[in-house]
Design a protein around this ligand. Structure first.
Ligand code: RAM
Length: 339
């Protein structure tokens, strides 16, 4: 008798549990709208970093949008400039976008257009490079201070804390690079024998980045190190330094992708560089954008949301969500990474 009752109670319990599970899954799924038109707008098209951040194949933003049953489109200009990017944002608004996921080439130049979008109740999420005054939420790849500080520390160790150094950046208007360079300058105060002699801008364009790197080598014959906090810049600078004259003599570090820099790490042009997982950044941004467009996220500090396979994230200060810490790639680990 007791045994039967127990069996009965267990099955009732199981049925209840199943009900609860079904209910929670249903409510989690129905709280997000489907069929939304979401436009992913990187700084520029054709930059492998953004291809990884955005594409279905790598598991980036468009993959997340597919999972959520939204209609996702990647669009931008071919150059990493506001003039090239703004028409793509405007076109997305005209096409009836419900959400925009934007890496800002120039926060102040983009703001009027992004504000127009927000006035139309379009969710605006920035990722990678912020436009703080004109978006709902910013998905930050890594703590800006940690990026700036660690880049300086990496180079300082490589050149024994002494000598002239320079920065090869992206566009002069880029919010992300400018924030990182600001923290680099702070950190340099700890190294009195390191002298930052120049910051040059390659505009996330391979040709311009090559030219400005060559210019640095001519102008500063005693240069000991370069930091390039842009995947386009560091790849171009590495190609310039990959000759017997400079290889290993002028140290290069910064932010790059393993696929673009593998060769230079293996041949000794680069000792170590940093990045995060760009695909995870895009994926997280897409979940945030759909949550904002569905009304379940406003960007208030302390709110949280679930980003599919990445799990739960909390909104921090200034409506910012942090992906995680940067990661250092070197000869020992680069073989494991394929993006
Ligand atoms: C380039 C872009 C991007 C930046 C990376 C590190 O691809 O400038 O905005 O985050 O480098």
């Amino acid at each position: 008798m007791k045994g039967r009752l127990l069996k009965h109670l267990t099955s009732v319990g199981l049925i209840c549990l199943l009900g609860v599970v079904l209910l929670t899954t249903a409510s989690a799924a129905t709280s997000l709208k489907t069929g939304l038109k979401v436009f992913v707008i990187p700084k520029n098209l054709g930059n492998p970093y953004f291809t990884t951040a955005d594409s279905v194949k790598s598991g980036g933003a468009l993959k997340a949008l597919k999972e959520l049953k939204e209609s996702g489109t990647e669009t931008s200009g071919t150059q990493a400039t506001a003039a090239s990017q703004i028409p793509a944002i405007q076109a997305a608004i005209t096409k009836g976008a419900n959400a925009l996921i934007v890496s800002a080439t120039d926060a102040s130049a983009l703001c009027p257009t992004l504000k127009q979008a927000m006035a139309k109740k379009i969710a605006v999420v920035t990722y990678d490079s912020d436009a703080p005054a004109c978006r709902n939420v910013f998905i930050n790849q890594a703590d800006s201070k940690a990026i700036g500080t660690s880049e300086v520390d990496l180079l300082a160790t490589q050149i024994k804390k002494t000598g002239e150094i320079a920065v090869v950046s992206a566009a002069a208007s880029a919010t992300n690079q400018n924030a990182w360079i600001g923290f680099m300058k702070e950190q340099l105060k700890k190294y009195p024998k390191l002298k930052l002699v120049s910051v040059v801008y390659g505009n996330d364009d391979p040709t311009v980045s090559t030219q400005v790197t060559q210019g640095l080598l001519q102008q500063f014959p005693n240069l000991k190190g370069i930091i390039s906090p842009t995947t386009v810049g560091i790849a171009a600078a590495a190609a310039v330094l990959d000759t017997p004259k400079y290889r290993g003599k002028i140290k290069l570090t910064g932010l790059g992708t393993p696929n673009q820099l593998r060769k230079y790490v293996l041949d000794g042009t680069i000792d170590g560089f940093e990045l995060w997982n760009p695909a995870d950044l895009g994926y997280l941004a897409a979940y945030a954008a759909v949550n904002v467009a569905s009304g379940s996220l406003t960007g208030k500090t302390g709110q949280s949301f679930t980003a599919g396979k990445l799990g739960k994230y909390k909104v921090g200060a200034k409506s910012t969500v942090l992906l995680g810490p940067p990661f250092v790639f070197n000869k020992k680990n680069i073989a494991k990474f394929h993006f």
